[in-house]
Design a protein around this ligand. Sequence first.
Ligand code: BG6
Length: 497
Amino acid sequence: MTARIIQVDPFDLVVFGATGDLARRKLLPALFQRDLAGQLPDAARIVGAARSTLSRDAYRAQAAEAIARDAAEHPEAAARFLARIDYLALDGVSDGGWSELATRLAEAPDRIRVFYFSTSPELFGPLCERIQAHGLASAQSRVVLEKPIGKNLASSRAVNDAVGRVFPEACVYRIDHYLGKETVQNLMALRFANALFEPLWRAAHIDHVQITVAESLGVEGRAGYYDTAGAMRDMVQNHLLQLLCLVAMEPPGQLTADAVRDEKLKVLQALRPVSAANIAQTVVRGQYRAGAANGGAVPGYADELGASSGTETFVAVKAGIENWRWAGVPFYLRTGKRLPERLSEIVIAFRPIPHSAFSERAGTIHSNHLVIRLQPDEGVRLWLMIKDPGPGGMRLKQVPLDMSFAEAFGVRNPDAYERLLMDIVRGNQTLFMRRDEVEAAWSWVDPVMALWRDSEDTPKPYAAGTWGPSAAIALIERDGRTWHEDANWNRDARLAT
Ligand code: BG6
């Protein structure tokens, strides 16, 4: 099944921080994929901008390397894509290069103009000032902000104010790339295009929710940035809270940007605050020590960083949402680096049956679980109890109703950035965070960070390749629940058993 591709309108995309990791690993490959799919019009141009003095050809060579894996089979498309790319040496702190940028953009003054800030947030304000000073913010302009947007509520407000002085909110696209993942959007389809779940989607029927975003990698070459952020700012403040919002929000009247974002905001505002009185029962932070990952020995975080550090590489949270729908339903969140596998999933655990009509010989009756797997092996699985086939009386067994997207559709799953970049050009803000959402998320995170700062405790150690500190297991087991494990998710493994 092939989706119908609709070409977007011609655009000029200026990527600030064009020599950085994100541009190379994500933005250029995503743009190339969209070009390959026929979604970019001939006139679309990409201007890389960064501090380094590079010729256009030298930057094109970097871009060619960035898309090399996908380009191998499509040399003509790769040549067409690279021909779209230009490069200018400029930054937010000096005027050099800006008038050249102005000249390039003036060649097509009415075209959609996207300014993509793939830089550190301190530069967002200065970049906006230069854009304004050089008269580059046209009526058709959009500005894209990569996370982190600030380090706390105050700095996030300062960044948003600086950007807001030049661009109205309707032109600001704050990226949380988790919202561009196919399965995350499928969560909305599952909830709002099926009548089945909505009546059950509440405290009366749901016992608890788990959201896991696990990574097997360590901090790799990003220790410098990561050590100033930590898992709470890097993952929880944005990705995990956004996932929580999509699970918990009320059905919006329409799937328009503001209707969706209004509902997400209400969830963030209803989060139970973490305080000195409840932090010990609700938040666990950890840091990995040496251990094993991907079949080999790996060093601990402090060794990778080259210094001892109080930064957390793992967080588990028992969150609560104080409204009618979710009163009393814990949302257990966990994320970390150097966990046993790369795995992101949302588990909706329904309540147990109120009464069992079966004898003990039937076996344990497990409560129903709906598992939404974001990566890898995207899919949805609903765990049900059935009768074990054959004679031998009524023996019950837990089996999944299973849908793997790869099997069902047999298409390549686009990277989140592909969808998000095209949405920016199309002017659709639904999958981007509005200012008030980002600030509401910081308002919940800030007190936790302050309590950690003032505490004598340090992150609890865990060996690389394990599921975090034992306190994270205790966090959920204390409530008589366990973290979901689905060793058989991979269907080949399941078929073989
Ligand atoms: C980024 C974080 O936002 O998300 C990284 O800064 C993290 O630390 C990454 O590795 C995870 O994204 P994905 O799409 O690989 O799950």
